[in-house]
Each structure stands twice: as structure tokens, then as C-alpha cells.
Design a protein around this ligand. Structure first.
Ligand code: DAH
Length: 339
């Protein structure tokens, strides 16, 4: 009898049921009135007295184990069933947290939108560039200090391949494949070999604009600049142009706007001058037109370039440039309203 019980114990331990009916069949086979265990119980009478204790214990063990096994198999079924019952494919999904647009993207889009309204279309170029598009085609003399290792990231094995230091390279990319009228606005990331601090980073963002056509004059440039400044910083904004130098423009200028933080009265941001510099601009140097396949006797143009971080700072006063690339959710959330 012990041997029979032992055999049943292993049978019960390995018992499996495909579905609820199979499980019920097992229950009937082992635990019902006429089941195997009850039959053994009936035989218990015939067990010799000296064996009764041992057999009794084994029999009880078998009964409990069988009950436990059947219970646990049933539980597994029940869980499966509730899962199925809960699966409602028509139920509304949990709301997805969609995050916020990056402040630099917000400002970039605003700049691009303003120029789009003046008829400029979007153009982009590669961040990994060659010397020609970044420097040579833009009229940088061979020994211009901007080519210095300190400013530019070079690739050691290919000194001709660099990370672009400005978006002016896109001017060249567009001019070499098209003829005027050209009216493009080019946002993008640029790289410079600078020590990272709160006021400088090894990468930042610029927007470049280029307009080439017949009879484009400095007046057209100034008009576009004034409109841009008013649209970007409000209708009371004033502009001021100061003569400057860039290899790719002649004449060149830098544009200041009346400080929009103190309204021109003077504050720490504008160093108490009432003015802040926001961009470089000028008439496209004829050498640049010629280098890029455009006849400078027929066409003229203006160009301008600005840093997006700088414009963003004027609008939102972000004191530490590094915040822009840290992706700290708490910082980004502050721009939720501007999205
Ligand atoms: N490329 C210049 C820079 O990175 C900015 C600039 C100045 C762009 C004058 C222009 C321009 O198109 O006309 O500092």
C-alpha cells in the first residue's frame, strides 16, 4: 500500500490540466467519493495495526498534496481568465506624456517663420563639411585666423574634413547647385573648439539667410533686418548697424537691437549701453558669388547670420548655455507655455 501511495504522490505532483474540464476530471479521479484516494481510505481497514500509523500519515499527505495541486492549477486558470476578461480593446488608452519642444527649437521655428513670410525657403547642409564649403568658397584667405586649429575641429586623418564652424557653408552648398533668385533660410548646428563654460560651448546653433538676385541692395538688407527685429522682439524694437568685417561680405555690419530686457534704459545684460548685438550681416562679397558659380556682374546679394542661443537668451534669459544641452526635464518644462 505504501508503494501505491508513493506512486500516486509522484503522479499528483506532475499532474497537468489543459483546461477547466480536464482539471475537473482530475478532481473526480482523485478526490471524489468514488475517487482513488477514497478507495485507499476504504482499504485502510485492512492495513495491519503496526503499519496503520505510517500508512495513515502517508495517506493524509497524499490527500493534502492532491488538494493543493488541484487548487494551484485552478488558480492558474482563474488568473488567466480574469486577464482575458479585463482585456478591453475598446478602452481609452492612458494619456501619453508628450513632452515639450526644446527652447532652441521654439526660437528657431520663430526665426524661420518670420523669414518664410518674406519669401525665404528652408535649406540645410551637412554638419560634417569640407574646407571648401566652410572656408575657401566663403572667401577666407588661406591664413585667416578662423582656420586656426583652436576654432575648428579637424579630423586628423582627413584634414580637409571638418565640423562646420558656421552655417555660412550652406550658402555655398545652395549657390553651387542653383542660380538666382536665391532666397534661403538655413538653421543648423555648428561646432567650435571652445572650452565649455556657462557662456561658451563646443557646439551651438545658427540661422543663416541669403538673398541673391538682380539689384539686391543694402537697403533691402536693412529693411529685412528691421522687420525681423520687430517681429521677433516687439514693434518698439530699434536697430543699429555698426561697420564690421567678415570675409564673405563687403561691406559687413553687425546689428544691435535696443535691449529688450531693460527696454534700452541700460542693464547688466546690455552692459548699460541699452544695445545688444544679435547678428552679423552684409552684402555678399563678389568673390563668394564667383567662387560658387554666380555671375557677380549680373547679380548681387545680402547675407546674415545669427546665433540661436543668443536670441533665445534675449527672449528667455537663460544664464547658463550648458542648460540647453543637458536635457534636464525641469528646465525644458519651463518652456511648456511657449510651445
Ligand atoms: N558666419 C558668421 C559667424 O559665424 C556669421 C555671419 C556674419 C553670417 C555675416 C553671415 C554674414 O551670413 O553675412 O560668425
Amino acid at each position: 500500500m505504501i508503494a501505491k501511495i508513493e506512486q500516486l504522490l509522484t503522479e499528483v505532483e506532475n499532474m497537468q490540466a489543459e483546461n477547466a474540464e480536464a482539471l475537473e476530471a482530475l478532481r473526480i479521479k482523485y478526490l471524489s467519493k468514488k475517487g482513488v484516494i477514497n478507495e485507499l481510505m476504504a482499504d485502510f481497514r485492512n492495513v495491519p495495526a503496526e503499519m496503520k500509523k505510517e500508512v495513515g500519515m502517508k495517506l493524509n499527505e497524499l490527500k493534502n498534496k492532491t488538494q493543493e495541486r488541484i487548487n494551484s492549477l485552478k488558480e492558474a486558470f482563474d488568473n488567466k481568465e480574469t486577464l482575458h476578461n479585463d482585456l478591453d480593446l475598446t478602452r481609452t488608452a492612458y494619456p501619453i506624456n508628450i513632452g515639450t519642444r526644446h527652447p532652441l527649437s521654439i526660437v528657431k521655428n520663430e526665426i524661420v517663420d518670420i523669414f518664410a513670410r518674406l519669401g525665404f525657403s528652408l535649406a540645410e547642409g551637412p554638419e560634417i563639411e569640407d574646407d571648401w564649403h566652410v572656408f575657401s568658397s566663403m572667401n577666407f584667405a588661406e591664413d585667416h585666423p578662423a582656420r586656426d586649429m583652436q576654432d575648428t575641429f579637424f579630423i586628423e586623418a582627413h584634414p580637409d574634413i571638418i565640423l562646420r564652424t558656421h552655417t555660412s557653408s550652406v550658402q555655398s552648398r545652395v549657390m553651387e547647385v542653383s542660380q538666382p533668385p536665391i532666397r534661403i533660410i538655413c538653421p543648423g548646428r555648428v561646432y567650435r573648439n571652445e572650452a565649455i563654460s556657462y557662456r561658451a560651448h563646443c557646439f551651438f546653433h545658427q540661422v543663416e539667410a541669403l538673398y541673391v538676385d538682380k539689384n539686391v541692395s543694402f537697403t533691402d538688407l536693412k529693411q529685412a533686418l528691421l522687420l525681423f527685429a520687430k517681429e521677433m522682439f516687439g514693434p518698439d524694437t530699434k536697430i543699429r548697424l555698426r561697420p564690421s568685417y567678415f570675409p564673405f561680405t563687403e561691406p559687413s555690419a553687425e546689428m544691435d537691437i535696443s535691449c529688450n530686457i531693460c527696454g534700452g534704459k541700460g542693464c547688466a545684460f546690455c552692459k548699460h549701453t541699452g544695445w545688444v548685438e544679435i547678428l552679423g550681416c552684409g552684402m555678399v562679397d563678389p568673390n563668394v558669388l564667383e567662387a560658387n558659380g554666380i555671375d557677380s556682374k549680373i547679380y548681387s546679394g545680402y547675407a546674415l547670420g545669427m546665433g540661436i542661443e543668443r536670441i533665445t537668451n534675449l527672449k528667455y534669459q537663460v544664464k547658463d548655455l550648458r542648460m540647453f544641452s543637458e536635457n534636464d526635464i525641469r528646465f525644458l518644462k519651463e518652456f511648456e507655455a511657449a510651445n
